[in-house]
Design a protein around this ligand. Structure first.
Ligand code: GRG
Length: 290
């Protein structure tokens, strides 16, 4: 998995390097984009896409650009999420947030530009790779949009300062975090030509994994170590936001995460192909401290 992560990071670095080299008066935007892309992070979404693809195809080099496109979309969402007008955070991935370094206007543009570059990559892959890439791109685009990540963020913003219903909480988690994670899983399966039955299982796996991921994020927001996480903690309490901990309490959330992880692993075992790496990644997401 470390090798896959390195391949992803190399592609991202060389993509930004080439663009920066060709740029003229717009060089600064590439510096701002590169700053957040290079800042690290777990690279969960590209890893998931590639590991699922590898269930069906041996050589994963072909989908590295698609995997990087989803990481660019994720990074854009983090840059925007940290802006003063949203969560107003000054620490991300253990470094000062994009707007602290480049200013608010440039951070806003860097986020927009990362989304745009991700779309360029997906268009390019669809033109050269064909209909399966197009199908995966459309899924990723939808998952990032109003019916996905942005829709979830809308509920998140509106929830500040008051309690929301359990139904709204599930919607928020499913869309804000789950949609892109599920799209990464599904894209790997679609491009890898998984069977219809496997795609159904992968969808359920992606949705459950996305929910587990966000509940774990809520847990870490309360009990996590700021230094390990590389971002601020207790922000949900400070902003008076409803999350899984405020509704169910810490110990029930820990149990819920363990239960969901078991369900994720048994879904993986019911696929036509087995992957010890996907099981390992699922376990890592449960035990993670960052
Ligand atoms: C369109 C103006 C505008 C803003 C959009 C959509 C959006 C802003 C923000 C929502 C995305 C968001 C921040 C969701 C939270 C998901 C989450 C748990 C992020 C942390 O993901 P990790 O742990 O981060 O994978 P690393 O740093 O490891 O990549």
């Amino acid at each position: 998995m470390e090798l896959i992560k390195k391949d992803v990071e190399d592609y991202l670095a060389s993509y930004m390097y080439e663009k920066h080299n060709l740029a003229s008066f717009n060089k600064e935007i590439y510096e701002a984009m590169d700053y957040s892309v290079k800042a690290g992070g777990k690279r969960i979404r590209p890893l998931l896409m590639i590991l699922v693809y590898r269930l069906y195809k041996e050589d994963y080099k072909d989908i590295i650009p698609m995997a990087c496109a989803i990481e660019m979309i994720h990074t854009y969402s983090l840059i925007h999420d940290d802006l003063p007008t949203m969560d107003n955070d000054s620490l991300r991935r253990g470094m000062p947030t994009n707007h602290i370094v480049f200013g608010e206007a440039m951070a806003l543009l860097a986020g927009d530009a990362l989304l745009n570059e991700a779309m360029n990559i997906m268009f390019y892959c669809s033109l050269s790779g064909g209909v399966l890439y197009l199908e995966a791109s459309s899924l990723i685009s939808k998952a990032s949009g109003v019916e996905g990540m942005i829709g979830g963020q809308v509920v998140d913003i509106k929830s500040e300062g008051h309690q929301i219903s359990l139904e709204e909480l599930y919607y928020m988690h499913k869309k804000k975090t789950g949609a892109l994670i599920c799209a990464a899983v599904m894209a790997g399966g679609i491009i890898g030509k998984a069977s219809k039955k496997d795609l159904e299982i992968l969808k359920e796996f992606g949705e459950k994994l996305g929910l587990t991921f966000q509940i774990k994020d809520d847990i870490l927001n309360v009990v996590g170590d700021c230094k390990l996480l590389g971002k601020s903690v207790n922000s949900d309490i400070e902003n008076n936001k409803t999350n899984f901990i405020t509704v169910f309490g810490l110990s029930k959330c820990i149990n819920l995460c363990e239960e969901l992880t078991k369900e994720c692993k048994s879904l993986l075992l019911s696929l036509s192909k087995g992957s010890s790496e996907l099981i390992e990644l699922t376990d890592f997401l449960l035990k993670r401290e960052f």
